[in-house]
Design a protein around this ligand. Sequence first.
Ligand SMILES: C[S@@+](CC[C@H](N)C(=O)[O-])C[C@H]1O[C@@H](n2cnc3c(N)ncnc32)[C@H](O)[C@@H]1O
Length: 209
Amino acid sequence: MIMDIVLKYFSDFSETQLKQMQALSSLYQEWNEKINVISRKDIEALYEKHVLHSLSIAAVADFPAGFQVLDLGTGGGFPGIPLAIFFPDVQFHLVDSIGKKIKVVEGVAEALELKNVTTAHSRVEDIKNRKFDVVVSRAVAPLKDLWRWSKPLLKKAPAHEQQPGLICLKGGDLTQEIADSGCRPRLTNIYKLFPEEFFQEKHIVIVNK
Ligand SMILES: C[S@@+](CC[C@H](N)C(=O)[O-])C[C@H]1O[C@@H](n2cnc3c(N)ncnc32)[C@H](O)[C@@H]1O
């Protein structure tokens, strides 16, 4: 099935990861019948539109074992769930302000037995007393807000080291958004990694700590 598209670009999965990736299709179909978190059109193209797109972050950033990653505005679990499968030794905290979406994420993570996923039904601004190595996010808010929310939640980088703090998937013309953001991000074009036609959010934007 369409899962082939993921295997075309990421071939190094363990048996467990492969089973988890393959299970995503039926899990999201089942959950979507109860709670609609993904459009009908998109659910048919789950691996291209959501899974591969989420994994594009893994193509540009390495998360070492023990890293703590926050997925800000995870919705139905993107990019957090595919990344949690991809990086089983990294801890992912998936947060969204809409409770029913977090219910789906919890159901999917539990069915996949993803021990490295925790969730919270919360606005990201309300997270207190926690720090993360990196924040990931897709299609949530202008860069200015993403960076304002992420900054206080990030552990400090060691002196003189440039480390990614915020990695987000974004679409459209980012010129004005970047000018307004108050930070100086780097951009990677996703279509240089994967076929352009799959994605609406065509850039990976990385802001260093
Ligand atoms: C367009 S959806 C994208 C969901 C998911 N990241 C994806 O790409 O499929 C944006 C999500 O961000 C969430 N969100 C927006 N602002 C937020 C905030 N301040 N804190 C937590 N979640 C937020 C919304 O509830 C919504 O589920």
